[in-house]
Design a protein around this ligand. Sequence first.
Ligand code: GLU
Length: 364
Amino acid sequence: FNGAIGPYKGGLRFAPSVNLSIMKFLGFEQTFKDSLTTLPIGGAKGGSDFDPNGKSDREVMRFCQAFMTELYRHIGPDVDVPAGDLGVGGREIGYLFGQYRKLRGAYENGVLTGKARSFGGSLIRPEATGFGAVYYLESVMKHEHDTLEGKTVAVAGFGNVAWGAAQKLVQLGAKLVTISGPDGYIYDEKGLTQEGVDYMLELRASNNDVVAPYAEKFGAKFFPKAKPWEVKCDIAFPCAIQNELNEEDAKKLVANGCQMVVETSNMGCTAEAVNYLNEHITFAPGKAANAGGVAVSGLEMSQNSMRYSWTAEEVDAKLSQIMKDIHDTCVKFGREGNKINYVKGANIGGFIKVAEAMCAQGHC
Ligand code: GLU
């Protein structure tokens, strides 16, 4: 999409719903998100309508190899650096890198991010999107003279992003009462414990794309085919997929006393929901709140270029600082009297850097 401030950078999505229109919104958002991270990364997105659910490891491996056999001509550590997104995690990145290395005949591990630790992956990359969203939330709350401790939070999703957010929320003393999947949502009245958060990994690994088994194991309620936006909460965290929170959901949340929505999925809220939430409560848009994932991808590229690796504490500290800086950018460009319009702040803040770089390079 845009290579003005760095190599094209964004995730690959493998899901049956993938089409050109979805790639376009993801790539467009990614360009401004990557700009907000403060790191030198351009914007890109890719993917396929291949569905990894229910496939064997071997089938997934063969698909990744075939995909890379075409893609390798178009990417490189200084050209275009893919990573994961829905349906693409550490396993897929490993198979993709193996095929790239074989075809390229050189060790260029900066060509993909989200790799396993043993061949150049960054510590904290798996947690980064979720951790980053919670760090962003902390900055917003600090700005509003509030804290996370004791707040009731509803999370949607149970994949990598929801898991990272859940881990950090529980660690910081929030009461996390829901997770969800395509089959429905779980309501755990007492709040998820670390054991419940760890169990999300097992649910994921089962490859069935369901959360229902959580209810039985932890004595929680399961609501089939429903979304968690009907529960009473202080903060809502859509962490699954685009358009998972619509205007009707937004109205329900506000009516139930929700004070803040942290859009952690890419375009998790419909345009109508964004307008409604932005008018009534605090709304943190995805391109700012979920930028921690690609930010640590950028840090993985730095480590690969240096042929060196940072400790988990070092990466986490850099991530936390980046999320604070993104928040400050949103405040700078989003101020409207006493209120901060985070949607406006993120859009303008992300856009200006890309536009300046393009104009300076004679491309506008
Ligand atoms: N798919 C993630 C995103 O939407 C991460 C992209 C990356 O790490 O390049 O930002």
